[in-house]
Design a protein around this ligand. Structure first.
Ligand SMILES: [Zn+2]
Length: 176
């Protein structure tokens, strides 16, 4: 578990994702190289499969790339978490009273409300770099970023998130 990530996520949930206040969310940092098809993955939102729920009591899972997390400034971290949390839609209630969570895809390349809140667009490198503020361009120079597309397995794995968030070879590199 990553308490630092949760500390950033909690106020975002209160402000923008109140339906998630009743969810138990596991925040995990993934170390080491995390790539898909040659591109660095920034994070992944997933619904915990049944085995996970029984083992951990967590409904939802956010996995964040630790290397990306370390170089993002406060605003970049908020935007990344707001983005990931936006993948979780309000739950429906099953016949037995348990909550059923679902994942949604982006309405744009980025969620339009995340763009509104943070004033950035993934297609606009300059503004995103400005919004990220404390980005260490040196260490990110070779990185490109997108999100993971694979599911975590289990019956609730309708969570494909292959979306190209922060995608593009020149995203962090090159003259801005
Ligand atoms: Zn996404």
């Amino acid at each position: 578990m990553a308490p630092g990530v949760k500390a950033v996520a909690d106020p975002i949930i209160s402000s923008y994702h109140p339906h998630l206040q009743e969810a138990s969310i596991a925040y995990l940092l993934r170390r080491g190289t995390w790539k898909s098809r040659g591109q660095v993955i920034t994070g992944k939102a997933a619904i915990a499969p049944e085995q996970w729920r029984l083992l951990s009591g967590c409904d939802l899972v956010l996995i964040i790339n630790e290397m990306v997390w370390q170089v993002l400034g406060d605003k970049g971290r908020e935007m990344l978490l707001d983005h990931e949390l936006s993948h979780f839609t309000p739950p429906t209630t099953d016949k037995d009273g348990s909550l059923r969570w679902a994942i949604r895809e982006h309405d744009l390349q980025e969620f339009s409300e995340v763009v509104k809140r943070h004033g950035v667009c993934t297609g606009d490198h300059r503004r995103l770099i400005e919004a990220a503020g404390q980005l260490d361009l040196e260490s990110l120079g070779t990185l490109t970023a997108q999100e993971e597309g694979e599911s975590m397995g289990g019956e609730d794995d309708d969570m494909d998130d292959d979306d190209g968030f922060m995608e593009g070879d020149d995203f962090f590199g090159g003259p801005q």
